[in-house]
Design a protein around this ligand. Structure first.
Ligand code: GDG
Length: 733
């Protein structure tokens, strides 16, 4: 069974001054505990202190080994630039939409790169063929590709992002946006909490790298990178264990007495600016101002675990919160009662569980939050059959999608949050039960263990590295064809042009062949029993300008006309083709081009094409989908076919196709062997042929799905042709 290597910046361990390791139960560690995996596990990460702080690294190493961990040691300077700097002061605010808080520094970026390299080195050293490597969070965006570069071991690499992935408009602010995306694309499965984050990631791929993706993922470097949505769950088993303890009822009673008969409004969070604590204080103040009748009934308990102490921004936030709490208590407190209790420290899990049980309201109002587990923990700990509490939840948390029955609020809207508090306190028991029941059954069934198992199951199903190789080895393929030719077979080569012999460019007329290409094709076609045909969607003139007079056959406009190698002029493949449908289609395409800047309509003899290569990539694709829908309806009774190609939507005559032309040419040329290569949908009509008595090689150029037997890229096609030429000339010499 494959081993699981978890990689996160922080390890679930605390190293004391003597170098002894103490295991801690962080969120991830408990998630994996709940997953009850049978496979062997190893953790790799930073032990939480600078390497200079450890007296004896060997001792630390050994202590961690006992815990199934391997340390990635970082110097104080590296931690400063990588962790405090790039990860927490650039990426964290940006991913949470707080661009004004983000700082940018070249030195931090270099430290981030170096730290990711350090992680990669430790993993490469530890990993064995067949291991699964699960990388966590924004600190390690570059790691997936670094692993791919640094080792050939057969690893399945997964990445999970715990924060939001911000809109591509914000992400593009990042100077290193392209490097970050390329770093991630080294993974086999990239996962997010919500579909929204996944969508933003896909837009960023398209806008920053020009990479199209679909529901199955994205093709990159000849592999498919899967994209997925895996909303994390909370540590249900851990909370249930605490609540099942004999002493739990006693603990709940103790806290109940402390509440002094007040109705508990609970807040639990790390003291981070994304959690919206000052905004929440403003809403509490509004509530106390506007509901004097309830003012003395409630107590707000604010458990705020200290976070990133010593960082100025966080220290200022702590001060702001302390002052805000003081001011509210000053204005609304009475002898013996302060409406807000600010507890600036962590509590044991059992106390948290007891408070979740007792709370009448849980007020979860982050300005942005990847998921938010506090909301799920509260729902789990409530008694759904009694008089359960109410969850007030910010609509800017990932959890909001799953917890639709919560009272959803905009955390910036002080009145709305205050109203929600009022409404929750007045809510009937029936409504409370009706709201909590579906949420409780969901969070209990989709807990952290289930989440981890589901993700790891999908990561395990990624094919092994060798099996992912879809690129055909073109040299042996060429040698194979030459062997048959030498034995006396007639060989026909049928090659598409754009995307097969030449890369795409923005202006189609600029896609002229490189100087060596016509010469190469001519040389090949000069041999007996070897014929060469360019089968293109282009107009005759372009083909004639670049490939006329070379002894090769030209097929233009997807098979509408051809110019045979030994012919005198262009002739129609089928003189009876009906093109009266063009008027109807032209109107629709021209409308689309008017509505979409950067697009235009091209008219061919037997086809009409709408081009959107120069449009805004997302808008262009969106409009193309709309157009396809419309055209499919219009075209239902016309002798045409509609297809979505490389940044084009094309409507072409059914009586004409590359496949029909190639079929006819193979007969005329009496081919025994035919080699067909092409990159887009129109080339599939060639691949679909089943010519009798012909040894038929079909090669797809590029990554899209295909009926072809082999797959390669433009360089592969060139290698094939050059090998063919060398071999044939060697035999002749
Ligand atoms: C990141 C993302 C995403 C809090 N106080 C105490 C305590 N906690 C525990 C809670 C909860 C956890 O800390 C906080 O998790 P959140 O999900 O609310 O937020 P982040 O720490 O920001 O986590 C977040 C998460 O990763 C998982 O992917 O949901 O969006 O930002 O479990 O119970 N635990 C104890 N004492 C405390 O005083 N024992």
């Amino acid at each position: 069974m494959s081993r699981l290597i978890n990689v996160s910046n922080r390890l679930p361990v605390r190293i004391d001054s003597s170098g002894t390791a103490h295991r801690t139960t962080g969120g991830l560690a408990s998630a994996l505990e709940g997953a009850e995996l049978e496979q062997e596990q190893l953790w790799i990460g930073w032990p939480g202190r600078a390497v200079e702080d450890f007296e004896d690294l060997g001792v630390v190493h050994n202590a961690m080994e006992v815990e199934g961990m391997r340390p990635v040691f970082l110097t104080a300077a590296e931690i400063d630039g990588f962790y405090e700097g790039y990860a927490n002061s650039t990426l964290w605010p940006l991913l949470h939409y707080m661009v004004e808080r983000a700082s940018f520094s070249n030195a931090w970026w270099h430290a981030y790169q170096r730290a990711n390299e350090r992680f990669a080195e430790v993993i490469v050293k530890e990993a064995k063929d067949g291991d699964m490597v699960w990388i966590h969070d924004y600190h390690l965006f570059l790691l997936p590709s670094l692993l791919r570069e640094k080792t050939d071991k057969d690893l399945r690499v997964g990445f999970f992002l715990h924060t939001p992935f911000c809109s591509s408009d914000l992400f593009r602010v990042l100077p290193e946006r392209a490097e970050i995306l390329r770093g991630l694309l080294g993974a086999d499965v990239i996962a997010f909490h919500t579909y929204g984050y996944l969508r933003h990631f896909r837009s960023s791929l398209l806008r920053v790298l020009g990479l199209e993706s679909d529901v199955e993922g994205v093709w990159h470097g000849g592999r498919q990178v899967r994209l997925g949505v895996y909303p994390i769950g909370h540590n249900h088993l851990g909370f249930q264990r605490e609540m099942a303890r004999d002493e739990f009822a006693e603990l709940v009673e103790k806290h109940r007495r402390e509440l002094n008969g007040k109705r508990l409004i609970l807040n639990v969070e790390r003291l981070d600016y994304t959690k919206g604590v000052p905004e929440k204080l403003a809403a509490m103040r509004r509530f106390l101002e506007t509901t004097p009748d309830k003012r003395n009934e409630v107590v707000f308990v604010l458990i705020a675990v200290p976070s990133r102490q010593g960082v100025e921004e966080y220290d200022l936030l702590t001060e702001e919160v302390q002052q805000g709490v003081g001011a509210i208590n000053g204005d609304f407190g009475r002898v013996g009662h302060a409406p807000v209790q600010f507890l600036h420290r962590g509590f044991p899990m059992k106390d948290l569980a007891a408070l979740y049980t007792l709370a009448e309201i849980c007020l979860v109002t982050p300005l942005r939050d990847g998921m938010n587990l506090v909301a799920k923990e509260f729902i789990d700990c409530q008694d759904a059959d009694g008089c359960p509490g109410v969850l007030i939840l910010s609509e800017f948390t990932g959890a909001t999608e799953e917890l639709a029955q919560a009272l959803q609020v905009n955390p910036y809207d002080v009145d709305a949050v205050s109203d929600a508090l009022n409404r929750a306190l007045d809510m009937t028991e029936d409504e409370r039960r009706a709201r909590i029941a579906p949420m409780q059954s969901r969070v209990r069934s989709q807990h952290s263990g289930v989440w981890a198992r589901r993700y790891l199951h999908d990561l395990a199903s990624v094919p092994e590295r060798e099996k992912q190789v879809v690129v055909a080895d073109m040299k042996p393929l060429a040698e194979d064809v030459v062997e048959k030719w030498r034995a006396g077979d007639r060989v026909g080569l049928f090659l598409d042009y754009d995307g097969t012999l030449r890369d795409f460019v923005d202006v189609p007329d600029e896609a002229v062949p490189d100087p060596g290409l016509p010469q190469l094709l001519q040389a090949l076609a000069s041999h007996d029993r070897l014929s060469l045909t360019i089968v293109s969607g282009r107009a005759p003139q372009f083909l004639e300008t670049h490939f006329g007079g070379l002894g090769i056959t030209l097929v233009a406009e997807h098979g509408y006309r051809w110019f045979e190698a030994d012919g005198e002029e262009w002739t129609l493949f089928n003189p009876h083709v009906d093109t009266t449908w063009k008027d109807l289609i032209r109107a629709q395409l021209e409308q689309a081009s008017l509505l979409t800047p950067g697009t235009h309509v091209e008219e061919k003899q037997s086809a009409m094409v709408w081009h959107y290569r120069q449009a805004d990539p997302e808008f262009g694709r969106w409009r193309a989908r709309e157009l396809l829908d419309e055209l499919t309806q219009t075209a239902a009774n016309l002798p045409v076919t509609v297809h979505h190609g490389q940044k084009i939507v094309e409507v072409s005559s059914l009586q004409v196709s590359k496949g029909l032309a190639v079929d006819a040419l193979m007969t005329r040329q009496r081919n025994d062997v035919a080699f067909v290569a092409g990159d887009d949908q129109t080339d599939e009509t060639m691949f679909a042929l089943e010519p009798k008595g012909v040894d038929f090689y079909t090669v797809k150029v590029g990554k899209a799905s295909t009926r072809a037997r082999y797959r390669t890229d433009i360089t592969g096609v060139r290698l094939f042709l050059e090998t063919l030429r060398e071999e044939v000339e060697r035999i002749h010499a």
